[in-house]
Write a new protein. Sequence first.
Length: 212
Amino acid sequence: MCIVKTCGIPLDGSGAPGKGPLDWERLYAEFTANVTDGDCATLCRRGPDGLGACCDGARLTLIVFRDELAWARQRTRGWRGGRPRTPAERKGVAAWADHVAWARCLRPRQCDRPYRSLTCRLFPLEPHLDAAGGFLGLTYVYEAARLCPLIGRQLSVRQAFVDQSAAVWRQILATYPEERACYVRASRQLRSRFARHGRAIRLWRSTDGFVF
Ligand code: SF4
Ligand code: SF4
């Protein structure tokens, strides 16, 4: 399962072993940039007291790394691992790779921001890879376009967010080859779909232009 995707692409098990767990302490400390200036939840709340769509467990499944879950358990009560409740959820989770886990946000109205999950921080962009696994840039999680009003619109995404996200993806793809294999496949499918409809995929590159 690609970590921030909601489409449930099963993995084919390809890829060499990764380099080991990420340095979660450092990663959480360094990845602080927001996707937009201001609070983008004002764009997607249902009513004045509503939750931002990506914080609403009823609308978006929270998928985390298993290593991350173990590390975060000692540090935050904001979210925790859980079990899928419905047959459809259980069926979806059964297709996921072992390195990711189901999680649930416990206090979506009082976010423990320093300890919000990596998935929370990365949404709504994901890597777009070529057929050989090379990084072409970050793109929207287009599958979530009905959920997140930032996706596919001409709203500005902060360059600091792009730079920090790209740096994190560099580490994820080096650590979890399953993720690279998943995004190679997801990117190929996205290109085919967009080509059929004559659409262009929106891409962002990090300032350092680093390719991974
Ligand atoms: S769903 Fe999109 S617009 Fe709404 S809070 Fe999440 S990132 Fe912001
Ligand atoms: S941890 Fe924070 S950002 Fe993540 S779903 Fe909960 S409230 Fe939203």
